[in-house]
Write a protein that binds this ligand. Structure first.
Ligand code: DX5
Ligand code: ZN
Length: 233
């Protein structure tokens, strides 16, 4: 694997996992080569769906998961849950700026708790929210679908937005990851990477892609992602 290929991180979204066997599913995707666990938190208020909270994050840590857990908060308000997820063992905590009354404070709360912080941009949310907080984010997450559900189609307008986000990050000089979330597939991951993303959330593509011969292995689909990424740059 080249250095460049190693720097591309694959983050399966457990939203598409079998929740009745969640610990095992997370072990299986990590053993199959995934880098990060993407953990979608939905509150039936900020988004029209209800998923999992800090108890489940803590349970994964107690189960023995040591990989980074990338908590994507789709909740309003955000601040109290930030504290709960810090306690629960989150590695990254990202939130939608529209959902916080005090964006700078929320970012600071995350870093003060020893986690990496990030802002999430819906398809229609302007990157201008980054203007005054570039020094306080470790991750910029662009939604390539409207948040709330897995299995939606990648919105192609996100590619231009990725290029713009990449420009901003490079110009800032800070070490900030650029993550993409929604509709990432083997067929489009290379184009998404060329537009500037370095961290790839994939829910349905990964969990529907289990190996036919061994239902505990996802290395077929994860290997195909890596192959596509190896051809980039
Ligand atoms: C959508 C979530 C995503 C979702 C991605 O609101 O933030 O993480 O699970 O799922 P796919 O890869 O199926 O689009
Ligand atoms: Zn997500």
């Amino acid at each position: 694997m080249t250095d460049t290929a190693r720097d591309f991180l694959i983050a399966p979204s457990i939203l598409s996992a079998d929740f009745a066997r969640l610990g095992e599913e997370v072990d299986d995707v990590l053993a199959s080569g995934a880098d990060i666990v993407h953990f979608d938190v939905m509150d039936n208020h900020y988004v029209p769906n209800l998923t999992i909270g800090p108890l489940v994050c803590e349970a994964l840590r107690k189960h023995g998961v040591t990989a980074p857990i990338d908590v994507h908060l789709m909740v309003r308000p955000v601040d109290r849950l930030i504290g709960d997820f810090i306690e629960a063992g989150a590695s990254y905590i990202t939130f939608h700026p529209e959902a916080s009354d005090h964006i700078d404070r929320s970012l600071q709360l995350i870093r003060d708790g020893g986690c990496r912080s990030g802002l999430v941009f819906n398809p229609a949310t302007p990157l201008a929210y980054l203007d005054h907080v570039m020094d306080k984010v470790d991750m910029v997450l662009l939604m390539s679908v409207n948040p709330g559900f897995g299995g939606q189609k990648f919105l192609p307008g996100t590619l231009d937005k990725l290029r713009e986000a990449r420009r901003r990050i490079d110009a800032s000089g800070y070490d900030i990851r650029l993550e993409i979330d929604g509709g990432v597939k083997v067929e489009n991951i290379a184009e998404i990477a060329r537009a500037g993303a370095d961290t790839f959330v994939a829910g349905s593509a990964v969990f529907k892609g289990r190996n036919a011969a061994d239902p505990h292995r996802y290395d077929g689909v994860i290997g195909e992602f890596r192959e596509q990424l190896a051809g980039v740059r």
